[in-house]
Design a protein around this ligand. Structure first.
Ligand code: FDP
Length: 348
């Protein structure tokens, strides 16, 4: 018997059937997103043949240079999602404020938060990049969505996922009932189920961090990375380093193979730590996915899913991946907080 071909739309619909009270709105919303991603994927694949490289000359709200492909991705998702009646407001990395739904279109019960093109500094080098999305149910009753609808904890997400524009294009998503991956079959233009119920190994053999920032790490991170690099056959050390510098690609590998991805805060000034990755549309969706795959995500002291957003573009430190690897990082943080000041180097 040939395997049934499960398209992402069919899968989303079948997930909805597990919730008899569902209105179909979430299904509608999730079924449109892949269309936008196919448009973006097409542009990404054309690479140097399309007029998509280079910057726009502007910086976005978080200070990153906006590239032409960032702008194309932002417009594509906005135009795909503004009129379906599923959403009451959107939030994007590329926009300082909430993005309202135009007055002429109906407002729905969901909020979409997204990073249209994550890892965009890699575009010209043909390195994998992605689109990340997070969906919340509104808490306001009707009309335009409010700031309160957007500033939420990751644990309140209804759905989350990403599109990976790599050697193949994929969507990986969850609605809180496991994590599933679909690969774009270019000959028919459909995302087909390729990764059924993804589970992250409880412990991995890779660590992933920008080692160039080592001088600005806090002490627990320094000790933890040292620990992972120290040889100990019984516990599978040393771990190997894998770092692409593109969150979706680094996360995708971590989700499938296990191990740990870290983006700690820059602690050059310990009084004012500066994390890089954005909570609402980068870190929280990845935390929801990894949690559904049996892994974990922490800031070092708190489960990422419990972090309450204070503003739209809040940043948080993140250590994410295999459950045991993340728990060990938390232990390093807890142990260090109990040490007297100026304690010596860890020798575990
Ligand atoms: P980019 O600046 O290329 O958009 O959040 C942005 C991000 O990439 C992530 O995709 C990536 O994980 C991280 O920044 C890479 O940062 P570093 O260059 O500082 O390592």
């Amino acid at each position: 018997m040939p395997r049934p071909m499960t398209t992402v739309q069919r899968h989303i619909l079948e997930q909805e059937r597990a919730h008899p009270q569902a209105t179909g709105d979430l299904t509608g919303l999730l079924c449109v997103l892949p269309i936008a991603a196919k448009v973006i994927s097409h542009q990404v694949n054309r690479g140097g043949l399309a007029d998509i490289f280079g910057g726009t000359g502007e910086a976005n709200v978080t200070g990153d240079l906006v590239r032409r492909l960032d702008r194309i991705a932002q417009d594509t998702i906005y135009r795909a999602m503004d009129h379906g009646g599923h959403l009451c407001v959107m939030v994007s990395e590329e926009s300082p404020d909430m993005i309202p739904i135009p007055a002429k279109f109906p407002k729905g019960q969901y909020v979409l938060l997204y990073d249209p093109l994550d890892g965009s500094s890699n575009i010209e080098a043909n390195v994998s990049i992605g689109t990340i999305f997070s969906v919340h149910r509104r808490i306001s009753s009707s009309g335009d969505g409010t700031l309160g609808d957007c500033l939420r904890k990751g644990s309140e997400q209804i759905a989350a996922g990403y599109f990976l524009y790599g050697s193949s294009t994929m969507i990986v998503y969850t609605t809180g009932n496991g994590v599933y991956g679909f690969t774009l079959e270019p000959s028919i233009g459909e995302f087909i189920l390729s990764h059924e119920r993804i589970l992250t190994p409880p412990k991995g053999k890779y660590y992933s961090i920008n080692e160039g920032n080592a001088a600005s790490w806090d002490e627990p991170t320094r000790r933890y990375v040292e620990h992972l690099k120290r040889k100990d056959v019984a516990t599978g050390r040393p771990y190997s380093l894998r770092y692409i510098g593109s969150l979706v690609a680094d996360f995708h590998r971590t989700l499938l193979y296990g191990g740990v991805f870290l983006y700690p805060a820059d602690c050059t000034n310990p009084q004012e730590p500066k994390p890089k990755l954005r909570l609402l549309y980068e870190v929280a969706p990845m935390a929801f996915l990894v949690d559904q795959a049996g892994g974990a995500a922490t800031t070092g002291t708190q489960n990422v899913l419990d972090v309450q957003a204070g503003s739209l573009h809040d940043r948080v430190p993140v250590i994410i991946g295999s459950r045991e690897d993340v728990a060990l990082y938390e232990k390093f943080c807890a142990d260090f907080s109990r040490l007297p000041a100026n304690a010596g180097t860890d020798t575990r």
